[in-house]
Design a protein around this ligand. Structure first.
Ligand SMILES: [Zn+2]
Ligand SMILES: [Zn+2]
Length: 993
């Protein structure tokens, strides 16, 4: 209904109206002026349509003989052929060299014309060239001004097609560029050549065809810009228009302050014809309707100006011409001014500025309040897309192949402010997979929604149901906040992570037993209602980014009576529409970390994903024990546990088990009988050998300064990334090898050790407390999302933890883990495990990637292999370095043995306890640690929270890990990247690039 075309009737009418009004106000005029002329396109161009390029050329010097034969004056020029149009030579009035020349006449050696030597301080820089300047008023903007100042005649030597006209004498008819050698030859022949020197200068090219643009004297229509620009400057200063990103405001001002009159006539076929008519007496009649006679002499023989208007003239009227202007239509009243103008920064002046100027002038108000300038879309290497390079991604091809939703979501998710979008089809394909994911999730939810009554939905009963709705609540608020701030990529990525990483990967999986009637009618009703609500809410959040698939799926979902007929007009979700449940989030966080830990170990020992394995959980205390009893099915479902045993808090650890340690729980995977240790050892050793050979080659290359200096940065970067990747892989395998090589020994935790004062490390840590060190995971339960469960125990806690967590796999996180390890060394008997911890972090990332591949039922997400490697590369070297350092420090402490992941088992609890100084009934680990804590005279007592030995660091480390914590803050939305989030989602960091 509101579809408009710049050439339609409505626009035409607005164009004529605007032209006439501006003309009546003397803001639009016709004048003979120097304009930019493209000889190939045969049209005038505005300044903005001329691209200036730095060109290597020469400064050509030749002598003009004085008319009285008393001598010569040497001038320098980059364009000798323009001498045919010279009408003066100018010198600086204070230049003693030419004191006696001013006022004398020159006789043009080729065309015979006589012209003066003048003094002009503005035009001449005495230090440049010879200090004498030829003046060509008809073919240079500067000279045109000088000509006006000095009343010089204009001699046009060019035809519109770029050939020389009759004023060029013997060179008439030749092309202005090709004539140069002949002209120079002639000057030399006359004995007037005076040498050359190399010189770089800027030359204008036609934006359309690339031809050299000529300043040409021509009668054109102009809009007087200064009177239009000034009010816009004031409007922006007064805050009536704001720019996002803000940096563009300065650029906008810079242009407005230096604005020249706008040449609006074009000698093209296509466009709005200029509403001006000429009679045989050359009178001009400007009118809204085609006039019947000349307004001056009454002649009826009228001819309309054959020129058309610059397309940006009609585009500049767009915000109101489309609404019926000049009529005061209801649409105009309603929608003018509009709120947001969104476009690329490359047309900020062409379009945005002109809309602002014309809108403010003609309608009395700026046309929009916010100008949102989005990123430039480039190819995946960051290069500008161009037909000649062949790297253009045609949006129509892409939408044919992957769908409009996928493209739109890709662009939104990558549109971090102030950055270019490096678009790759791979990424778009990833978002097509996302659309499929939504479709499949919806199909599953609908298939299992029998009996669900949207008008009387069951309340969420299980912790899983409460958790996912709590997450949705947070997501809704975060998304709204991001949208309000134009952080579109954050909004899009947050929804993506929720849908894929939380709703699909966890909530739907965890709801299956309930949906399959295994837990009773109440549980089923709760799961049904929860999944439909969560999906429905997510669809509405996602709708602006993926309009088609969301509408299609939404229409099929059961909805309460009186719902909107389309998702397009349904309310955008708000957090308060769902119940925030910190208790459920904390519990899910713990469970998710334990499950991820089990998966992590599975990946490290190369257990095939379809190989069930028994899982033994050793909880810290009875509360944790009870919690895990409720979640056994989750381990079966999500960690492929063949059976789950929840031990009593102080029970004996299983033998021959690989273990993942969280502060609250140890996750043991007894592996004997599941992997052939001997064969695996051989295989791994072989693989390590191969990797080390590769690594050696790359390191050799990188160690060669010549290579690093000469090779393209891209290649070096790639090598570095590859090296880091190989290192990480090698270490991962080494860890694995140590496991399979001596399963008995290495799989039993060690807890002997001597006391060691870790204060130095702590100081080294700075703000980090020792209690957070070394836990692979760390308890989350100390801190409800709202922060109510924990009193601040130190400076660190002053920060709301919701915003303090940088994300699971971010570099910062890796460093944190790192630091954690170092601090943990203070708990002497855990020392050895520390280096392993860092490596485990890398491994767990690698493992996340592996698991991703293993999830064969889903298409890969947008995060490409390369990105993963990049990610590894970023994190691994740091970790390695520190791990090495740690190993060294370990040996100085006389600690024996290699770092062993399994040994960290004790550490988490111990550190915590050492900080808290209290363990009570928390088991052997706790007791050991308590002793240590006491010895240290720990500050932990003061820091303990609610009587539980949960340190700030533990919580911090935990935040953002599991699904439960993901939404606790903005940062976590970026990085929350446990198994769930990390899987198929594109890294926020990456997409921000
Ligand atoms: Zn051109
Ligand atoms: Zn007339």
């Amino acid at each position: 209904e509101r579809e408009r075309f710049t050439m339609d009737q409505m626009s035409s009418r607005a164009v004529r109206e605007a032209f006439n009004r501006l003309h009546e106000e003397k803001l639009l005029y016709r004048a003979e002026r120097l304009i930019n002329w493209c000889p190939r396109c045969s049209t005038a161009l505005s300044d903005l349509e001329v691209d200036h390029q730095e060109t290597k050329g020469e400064l050509y010097k030749f002598a003009y003989p004085l008319a009285d034969g008393s001598g010569e004056i040497v001038v320098a020029t980059t364009r000798p052929e323009t001498m045919l149009g010279d009408t003066a030579v100018a010198v600086h009035p204070d230049d003693p060299r030419y004191e006696n020349f001013v006022g004398k006449k020159i006789r043009h050696p080729i065309v015979g014309r006589e012209f003066p030597i003048i003094a002009d301080a503005e035009l001449v820089d005495p230090k440049f060239g010879t200090g004498a300047v030829k003046v060509t008023p008809a073919h240079s903007f500067e000279d045109f001004e000088a000509g006006k100042r000095n009343h010089l005649p204009l001699v046009n030597i060019l035809n519109p097609d770029g050939t020389l006209n009759e004023n060029a004498g013997p060179f008439r008819g030749q092309d202005r560029i090709k004539v140069r050698p002949a002209l120079k030859a002639r000057i030399a022949e006359l004995g007037l050549q005076r040498g050359t020197e190399p010189h770089n200068y800027s030359i204008g090219h036609c934006q359309r065809c690339g031809s050299v643009v000529e300043p040409l004297l021509s009668k054109q229509w102009f809009v007087s810009m200064k009177p239009l620009a000034e009010p816009v400057v004031h409007a922006v200063e007064a805050g009536r228009i704001r720019f996002v990103p803000e940096v563009w405001q300065a650029e906008f001002f810079r242009w407005l302050h230096n604005i020249h009159d706008w040449c609006i006539s074009r000698q093209l076929w296509w466009g709005h014809q200029i509403p001006a008519w000429y009679c045989e007496n050359d009178h001009v009649t400007v009118a809204r309707e085609t006039p019947s006679k000349c307004a001056t002499c009454g002649s009826t023989s009228l001819r309309q100006d054959p020129d058309v208007l610059d397309t940006w003239f009609s585009s500049g009227l767009w915000p109101f011409s489309t609404l019926g202007w000049p009529e005061r239509t209801a649409a105009l009243e309603t929608f003018y001014p509009n709120s947001v103008m969104e476009t690329g920064f490359d047309i900020l002046f062409f379009w945005v500025a002109r809309m602002a100027m014309l809108g403010l002038h003609l309608c009395g108000e700026v046309p929009f309040r916010t100008v949102f300038l989005h990123a430039m879309v480039r190819d995946e290497k960051g290069e500008k897309m161009s037909k000649t390079r062949g790297n253009v991604i045609d949006p129509l091809d892409v939408t044919d192949k992957h769908g409009a939703d996928a493209l739109r979501m890709t662009l939104a998710s990558m549109a971090g402010q102030g950055r270019d979008i490096k678009l790759s089809t791979e990424r778009i394909a990833g978002y097509r997979a996302f659309a499929n994911k939504i479709w499949n999730a919806a199909r599953f939810v609908l298939m299992n929604a029998n009996g669900y009554d949207p008008d009387h939905p069951a309340q969420p009963a299980s912790v899983y149901d409460r958790w996912i709705l709590s997450r949705l609540s947070r997501l809704a608020d975060e998304t709204r906040a991001a949208m309000d701030d134009f952080r579109l990529s954050e909004a899009a990525n947050g929804i993506y992570k929720f849908v894929w990483g939380e709703l699909c990967d966890w909530a739907i999986e965890l709801a299956k037993p309930a949906l399959y009637d295994q837990l009773g009618a109440g549980a089923k009703a709760s799961a049904q209602a929860t999944l439909v609500r969560a999906l429905e809410g997510a669809l509405r959040l996602l709708h602006p980014f993926m309009p088609f698939v969301t509408e299609e799926v939404w229409q099929r979902l059961p909805k309460a009576k009186g719902h909107a007929p389309s998702i397009m007009i349904a309310d955008y979700p708000r957090g308060k529409g769902y119940q925030v449940d910190p208790v459920a989030e904390r519990e899910m966080d713990l469970v998710a970390r334990a499950i991820e830990g089990a998966r992590s170990v599975r990946g490290e020992v190369n257990l095939p994903p379809n190989q069930p394995v028994p899982i033994v959980l050793l909880p810290r205390d009875a509360g944790v024990q009870r919690t895990f009893r409720d979640h056994e099915p989750a381990f079966r479902k999500l960690a492929n546990a063949s059976r789950v045993t929840v031990l009593a808090p102080r029970a004996k650890r299983p033998a021959n088990a690989a273990v993942h340690v969280e502060a609250e729980v140890e996750v043991h995977l007894p592996l004997r009988g599941l992997i052939d240790f001997g064969a695996e050892k051989v295989r791994v050793e072989k693989e390590i050998g191969k990797i080390e050979a590769d690594l050696l080659g790359i390191e050799k290359r990188l160690g060669n300064p010549g290579f690093v200096a000469r090779a393209p940065a891209e290649v070096v970067e790639k090598d570095r990334a590859r090296a880091a990747e190989l290192q990480a892989k090698r270490d991962k395998l080494a860890r694995h090898l140590s496991r399979v090589a001596s399963p008995e020994e290495s799989m039993n935790e060690q807890s002997n050790g001597r006391n060691h004062d870790g204060e130095d490390e702590e100081q080294e840590q700075g703000h980090r407390g020792a209690d957070q060190m070394g836990t692979h995971g760390g308890p989350a339960q100390g801190q409800p999302a709202g922060g109510s469960g924990a009193a601040p125990g130190g400076e660190e806690e002053d920060k709301p933890e919701t915003s303090s967590h940088p994300g699971f796999s971010s570099e910062a996180e890796a460093e944190k883990e790192e630091g954690g390890g170092a601090g943990a060394a203070s708990a002497e008997d855990e020392e050895e495990g520390i280096a392993a911890q860092a490596i485990t972090r890398v491994k767990s990332i690698a493992r996340g990637l592996m698991t991703k591949k293993e999830d064969a039922d889903e298409e890969g997400g947008p995060q490409s292999e390369i990105e993963k490697l990049e990610e590894m590369a970023e994190i691994a070297p740091k970790i390695q370095k520190r791990a090495a350092k740690r190993k060294a420090s370990k040996s100085t402490r006389g600690k024996t043995g290699k770092p062993d992941v399994r040994r960290k088992s004790v550490r988490g609890a111990k550190n915590k306890a050492s900080k808290a100084g209290k363990v009570g009934a928390r088991g052997k680990l706790g007791r050991q640690a308590a002793a240590k804590g006491a010895k240290k005279g720990t500050r932990g007592g003061a820091k303990k929270q609610k009587g539980r030995p949960v340190g700030k660091g533990d919580r911090r480390a935990a935040t953002g890990r599991g699904p439960g914590s993901r939404g606790q803050g903005r940062t976590s939305a970026k990085g929350g990247r446990g198994k769930t989030g990390g899987k198929q989602r594109p890294s926020a960091r990456r997409s921000a690039r």
